[in-house]
Design a protein around this ligand. Structure first.
Ligand SMILES: [Zn+2]
Length: 232
C-alpha cells in the first residue's frame, strides 16, 4: 500500500497549490480591476444576457496592458485595460470585444474554470504515478517521458476547451443578434494585435489551436446553421 503514498501526496499537493494560486489570482484581480461601464459594450452584454435569460452579465476590466481576456477560477469575466484601449482607439470593434466576453462566458458555462482544479491536481498525481511506473522500466528517462506525455495530454485538453468555448460563443453571439463576424475578424487580426504582447499568448487565444483552425471551425458551424430550416 505504501506505493500509493507518493501519488496521494502529489494529489494533495496539487489541490493545495491550485487553491493557493486561485486565491492569489482572486486577490490580484480584486486589487486591480473595476467593473466595465462602457455603454456600447454594456449594451452588447445586455443583448447576450437577454439571450441567456440572465438579468445581466457583469464584466470587469483588469488593469494590465497585454491584450487578453480571462475567466477567473471563481467565474468572473475580465478583459484587460490593454484590450479595452484597443477598442477605444478603434483597432478592435465592439462586436469583436463582445466575442471575447462570449468566449470567456463559454469557459465558465461549460465548467472549464471549475474543472481546471481537477485537471491541475489530477495532472500532478498522474505525472507522479506515470513517472513511478515508467521509471521502473526506463530508469533515467521514465520521469522525463511521464512529463512529456502529461504535457501532451494537457495541451489536448486545453485545445478542446478553446474549440468548445469558441462554439459556445458563436451560438451565443448568433442568438443575441450580434453575429459571429466579429469573432472571425478578431482572429484574423490577432497575430498583428498580440505582437506587442512580446510572446505571451493571451489566455483566450492559447496558441494551441491555430487561428486559422479556429476560423475554419466557426465557418463550418455557420454553414451547418445556415443549412438548418428557419425556426420561424
Ligand atoms: Zn479560451
Amino acid at each position: 500500500m505504501i506505493k500509493f503514498a507518493p501519488i496521494l501526496i502529489a494529489l494533495a499537493y496539487g489541490i493545495a497549490m491550485y487553491r493557493f494560486s486561485a486565491w492569489r489570482t482572486a486577490k490580484e484581480l480584486d486589487a486591480k480591476s473595476t467593473e466595465l461601464a462602457d455603454p456600447m459594450l454594456r449594451h452588447l452584454c445586455d443583448q447576450m444576457a437577454a439571450a441567456l435569460e440572465l438579468p445581466r452579465i457583469k464584466v470587469h476590466i483588469y488593469e494590465i496592458d497585454p491584450i487578453n481576456g480571462l475567466a477567473a477560477p471563481d467565474g468572473r469575466i475580465f478583459i484587460t485595460r490593454g484590450f479595452y484601449k484597443r477598442f477605444k482607439n478603434g483597432d478592435v470593434s465592439a462586436d469583436e470585444l463582445a466575442s471575447v466576453i462570449a468566449h470567456e462566458l463559454g469557459h465558465v458555462a461549460l465548467g472549464h474554470t471549475r474543472r481546471r482544479m481537477i485537471d491541475f491536481s489530477g495532472q500532478n498525481a498522474m505525472r507522479t504515478a506515470l513517472a513511478m511506473i515508467l521509471g521502473r522500466f526506463l530508469p533515467g528517462i521514465g520521469p522525463w517521458l511521464a512529463g512529456a506525455l502529461m504535457n501532451l495530454f494537457m495541451a489536448k485538453l486545453s485545445r478542446n476547451d478553446e474549440f468548445e468555448a469558441d462554439a459556445y460563443a458563436a451560438a451565443l453571439l448568433t442568438k443575441s443578434g450580434i453575429g459571429i463576424e466579429g469573432q472571425i475578424s478578431l482572429f484574423e487580426k490577432l497575430d498583428a494585435l498580440t505582437q506587442s504582447n512580446a510572446g505571451a499568448a493571451p489566455a483566450w487565444f492559447l496558441s494551441h489551436p491555430k487561428t486559422h483552425e479556429r476560423i475554419a471551425a466557426l465557418r463550418k458551424m455557420e454553414d451547418r446553421w445556415k443549412a438548418l430550416p428557419s425556426s420561424k
